[in-house]
Design a protein around this ligand. Structure first.
Ligand code: OGA
Ligand code: NI
Length: 378
């Protein structure tokens, strides 16, 4: 395998190297970042090194400071029947002001969460030949193993591998899922979807709408499960686990293990989202920011690379993704008035996802290109 054989020649700081050739060698190895770690690399290949321009840009808007004062809200979903108004208020504040919150007493058993993380780790730790069968960049494949969906578009590769599964709207044939995580992925995605429906009801009410409003707009129609594996990194300060981005969906429910490294950008500071045993992280996606006409914030976040690892996380994205639909999304009419004119033009989910994927994680929100000029009519 060329990538490991080349060893030292893939590392170093020369800007003058054949990046395309090295990206291709990494891609064709079909073994992801885990493959590099297994081969014993002591330095990260230069395709993973964050270029100086990127570091500078990040410094400008964050100072790369980590704020330890601010705490991402934790919402207790227990007792929801008796204190629904409180929960709605908590969700509203978190979605409007932070874009991220954690939920506890959400109804998904802790044992199931632990088993999902174990099964995902089990998949990523299968022999490379077994995982290579799932490795593909084919757009419409529903179950695929890969590393860096934007490998050829981004300015540097992330220290992360992913198993990507389209769980709906069309039912997935279970046989397509790797046996090691088959049953548990199906069970988890069912329960995560139900939790997502409950959250979308609260989020609808918090906008002053009928509880079914967001569900009737098909916000829970499709889900993707992204099972990430962040191997221990020998030079974590030179790269990233996941570059700064916001999510291309309505809502994300994220299960993270105990390692940590997830951060959100809040008031120009990076804030840690600390692992809380049994909790799930919830965040607003770009499409919900769009239809809520900027009431809810799809906040930028990133994952630091770490010399401790592996770190495992499982993101459940609420989006119909590339499922064919004629539905067009724009700011919800009921939220518009003379004082709050539409901020975005309309789009289909397929067009939005295609634009997002072609752009890659370049640090610029994909919503920017849908922004209307101030003063537009509605
Ligand atoms: C994502 C994401 C964070 C994590 O999948 O979009 O931001 O902790 N994941 O893996
Ligand atoms: Ni994300």
């Amino acid at each position: 395998m060329e990538i490991t054989g080349a060893g030292e020649s893939l590392t170093g700081d020369s800007l003058n190297y054949d990046r395309q050739r090295e990206l291709k060698a990494f891609d064709e190895s079909k073994s992801g970042v885990k493959g590099l770690v297994d081969a014993g690399v002591a330095k990260i290949p230069r395709i993973f090194v964050r270029p100086p321009e990127e570091l500078n840009r990040e410094d400008q808007n964050s100072g790369d400071l980590t704020n330890t004062q601010f705490v991402v809200p934790v919402i207790d979903l227990g007792d929801i029947i008796v204190s629904r108004a409180d929960k709605v208020a908590g969700v509203r504040r978190a979605a409007e002001e932070v874009g991220f919150f954690q939920v506890v007493n959400h109804g998904i058993p802790k044992k199931l969460l632990e088993d999902v993380l174990k099964a995902v780790r089990g998949f990523h730790e299968l022999p490379r030949e077994v995982k290579a069968d799932y490795y593909t960049r084919e757009l419409m494949r529903k179950v695929k193993f890969g590393s860096n969906f934007d490998l050829y578009e981004s300015s540097f590769a992330n220290w992360r591998d992913t198993l990507f599964c389209v769980m709906g709207p069309e039912p997935l044939d279970p046989q397509e899922l790797p046996p090691v995580c088959r049953d548990i992925t199906i069970e988890y995605s069912k329960q995560a979807r139900q939790l997502g429906i409950n959250l979308l009801e609260l989020l609808s009410e918090a906008l002053g709408l009928n509880p079914n409003h967001l569900i009737d707009l098909d916000c829970a129609k499709g889900t993707l499960i992204l099972s990430h594996y962040y191997p221990a990194c020998p030079e974590p300060e030179l790269t990233m686990g996941t570059s700064k981005h916001s999510d291309p969906d309505f809502l994300t429910i994220l299960l993270q293990d105990h390692i940590g490294g997830l951060q959100i950008l809040h008031q120009d500071r990076w804030i840690d989202v600390p692992p809380v045993p049994g909790a799930l992280v919830v965040n607003i996606g770009d499409l919900l920011q769009l239809i809520s006409n900027d009431r809810y914030k799809s906040v930028e976040h990133r994952v630091l690379a770490n010399n401790i690892g592996p770190r495992v996380s499982v993101a459940c994205f609420f989006t119909p993704h590339l499922y064919p639909s004629t539905r067009i999304y724009g700011p919800i009419r009921e939220l518009l008035s003379e004082d709050s004119p539409p901020v975005y033009r309309e789009t289909s989910v397929q067009d939005f996802v295609t634009y997002y994927d072609q752009k890659g994680l370049d640090g610029v929100s994909a919503l920017t290109h849908l922004k209307l000029q101030k003063g537009s009519d509605f």
